[in-house]
Design a binder for this molecule. Sequence first.
Ligand code: DX5
Ligand code: ZN
Length: 216
Amino acid sequence: MHKLIAPSLLSCDFGKLREEIEMLNHSVADWIHIDVMDGLFVPNISFGFPVLKFIKKYAKKPLDVHLMIVDPDRYISRFAEFGADIITVHYEACTHLHRTVQLIRENGVQAGVVLNPHTNVLLLEDIVAELDLVLIMSVNPGYGGQQFIERTYRKIELLKSIIEKQNITTRIEVDGGVDLNNARKLAEAGADVLVAGNSIFATDDPAAMIRELKTC
Ligand code: DX5
Ligand code: ZN
């Protein structure tokens, strides 16, 4: 089954960030997933614009920027300027989600909405047609290396049925605890894009793991 793989740089060795990016450039990875955390929306802080700018300079694949920040409207244009190809914002962090999605599009960037594990996919029925993708969290956001939440399969199936019913092409992406044990099942449930951090970067041969995740 054809699925896209988006390795999450959060789990890479930042001491050799450029090599890690080159490895991804030469791998069969489709996108590069960038986790931005503000210490408010999630209990962790990752990295911001200077690092993103560096990643953009060397990356040859689309940058999939996952914003785990409150009130993301404040920074959309700057993330676009610094090279984001896709921006996803959390449903739980946006009071006027439709406006935020429009803002992302006005900046010439693909727009996605992320759902935390507790957020029902039915809440997206009135906006899913405006989205390039929906990102379903399969862990609580904030850290790499957490355990996959099994309920995720049901959420993907339900979202897939909504997308089919509306006859639209919005992609489904899944993020958190993705590995060789669940990748195939996630794709069968309807996921188009798999984000993986720990399962890729904790192995001796990350490029080989990316290939296995893509073809399993
Ligand atoms: C979690 C991040 C994920 C994380 C995934 O808040 O959104 O992208 O890096 O890492 P793994 O695959 O290790 O769960
Ligand atoms: Zn993420």
